[in-house]
Design a protein around this ligand. Structure first.
Ligand code: AMP
Length: 177
């Protein structure tokens, strides 16, 4: 599919939910993308197209909607996958990092041997304030990885999340609102 039609299709499959999970937040629901196999395929193909030139050796994705795009993207790129999770979910020794997000704050964890020596691509469904992605990058760097780039399906441009990320690391979003 042509890139412009793919982006139109993906965009048409994003559902805006006002005041979720808190008043004032316009939640971008990506489940209609997942429900449409052509749109889901198109999103993965476009993510792979922007990811390939960054030459990642591993995909790192953030619980839980990041997993939905990150795991099939890793398989498509032919590289490994490492999950970043909320506290207490990972079974092996883990490192933790605090973060803030558009509607709260929290802690992320990753297995301490998950990314050592890798060039990681950090993947999530959406870039809002950038707190989650920045914390993931710090966690990866602490664990001995180099960050090859960040990819998102959606970027909320008005929140300037990319300003929270290292200016020397490429940030690629399929759609910006
Ligand atoms: P942030 O750390 O502020 O960039 O927030 C990014 C994380 O929060 C991602 O994992 C998103 O899935 C989620 N998120 C934040 N804001 C929204 C929103 N308006 N719609 C959907 N997901 C959001």
């Amino acid at each position: 599919m042509e890139e412009a039609s793919a982006l139109r299709l993906i965009s048409s499959r994003i559902r805006d939910i006002p005041d979720f999970p808190k008043p004032g937040i316009l939640f971008k629901d990506i489940t209609p993308i997942l429900a449409d196999p052509t749109a889901f395929r198109a999103a993965l193909d476009l993510l792979a197209t922007v990811a390939e030139p960054l030459r990642p050796t591993q995909v790192v994705a953030i619980e839980s909607r990041g997993f939905i795009f990150g795991a099939p993207l890793a398989a498509q790129l032919g590289v490994g996958f490492a999950p970043v999770r909320k506290p207490g979910k990972l079974p092996y020794r883990s490192a933790r990092e605090e973060y803030t997000l558009e509607y709260g704050s929290g802690v992320l964890e990753m297995h301490e041997d998950a990314v050592s020596g890798q060039r990681v691509l950090i993947v999530d469904d959406l870039l809002a304030t950038g707190g989650t992605a920045a914390a993931t990058a710090r966690l990866c760097q602490r664990l001995g990885a180099q960050v090859a780039g960040f990819t998102f399906v959606i970027e909320l441009g008005f929140l300037a999340g990319r300003d929270a990320l290292d200016p020397n690391t490429p940030v690629r979003s399929l759609l910006t609102f």
